[in-house]
Design a protein around this ligand. Structure first.
Ligand code: ADP
Ligand code: MG
Length: 237
């Protein structure tokens, strides 16, 4: 079991950011929440993360009711577009941060950090500071830090959005390979249909606070279920 969302909704004041929503995300899958700005993607992701509490409904994480669980209790890792690394800490210290607050031993931490830096292809970069890295390298450090605590779920909100097109393309391919290696259930938000098509196993298309369609990239592309999906997916950036 991965993530089950049952009747989850969220409003901010009078504004319904997410209408009552059902969604199942399989364990180990790589899922994109795709839609235009303001469609409720980040709200849904933040509800899964426990950064927002729903007005209605339930959220199950690997079979357990986590609707009102704290962020820490959920065993998730997340990376946001402008996710700041600690500037005064080296890459190694940044990645080790979550391990240190969990009181792992020094040797365990060193071994785990080495493994993670290799995974994100930054083995030689452990002693650098964030200011000495490119934007793409920083996002890979942020991913390594998120993965350090072996989360059951990885949540990425437009993780490559701030980067230039070439780097973004490289990181997409790299995220796909990383996922094939690590198999952690991953949900990422994007407004870029090409990115969703290229990277995800399943795409959840959203518009105006609701899900329009869920399907594989081929299903979404070949059989758009609504006029919105047809126009959004057919649109070229
Ligand atoms: P997306 O990530 O798809 O761009 P969001 O989930 O961030 O969309 O936002 C959906 C809508 O909810 C937007 O219109 C946004 O202004 C509104 N919204 C999101 N968070 C808040 C908040 N904390 N307070 C008020 N309105 C919010
Ligand atoms: Mg957003």
């Amino acid at each position: 079991m991965g993530i089950t969302i049952e009747g989850v909704s969220k409003r901010f004041g009078d504004f319904q950011a997410l209408r009552p929503t059902d969604l199942t995300i399989e364990t180990g899958s790589l899922v994109a929440l795709l839609g235009p700005s303001g469609s409720g993607k980040s709200t849904l992701l933040r509800l899964i993360a426990g950064l927002e509490m729903p007005d209605t409904g339930r959220i199950l994480l690997t079979g357990r009711d986590a609707t009102y669980a704290s962020v820490q209790e959920r065993n998730i890792g997340f990376v946001f577009q402008h996710y700041a690394l600690f500037k005064h800490m080296t890459v190694r210290q940044n990645v080790a941060f979550g391990l240190e607050i969990r009181k792992a031993s020094r040797a365990e931490i060193r071994a785990r950090v080495d493994e993670l830096l290799e995974l994100v292809q930054l083995s030689g970069f452990g002693d650098r500071y964030p200011s000495q890295l490119s934007g793409g390298q920083r996002q890979r450090v942020a991913l390594a830090r998120a993965l350090a605590v072996e989360p059951q779920v990885l949540l990425l909100d437009e993780p490559f959005g701030a980067l230039d097109a070439k780097v973004r393309k490289e990181l997409r391919a790299w995220l796909r390979r990383l996922h094939d290696e690590v198999h952690v259930t991953t949900v990422f938000v994007t407004h870029d249909q090409e990115e969703a098509m290229e990277v995800a196993d399943q795409i959840v298309v959203m518009s105006q606070g609701q899900i329009e369609q869920v399907g594989s990239p081929a299903e979404i592309y070949d059989h758009p279920a609504t006029p919105f999906v047809m126009s959004f997916v057919g649109q070229v950036n």
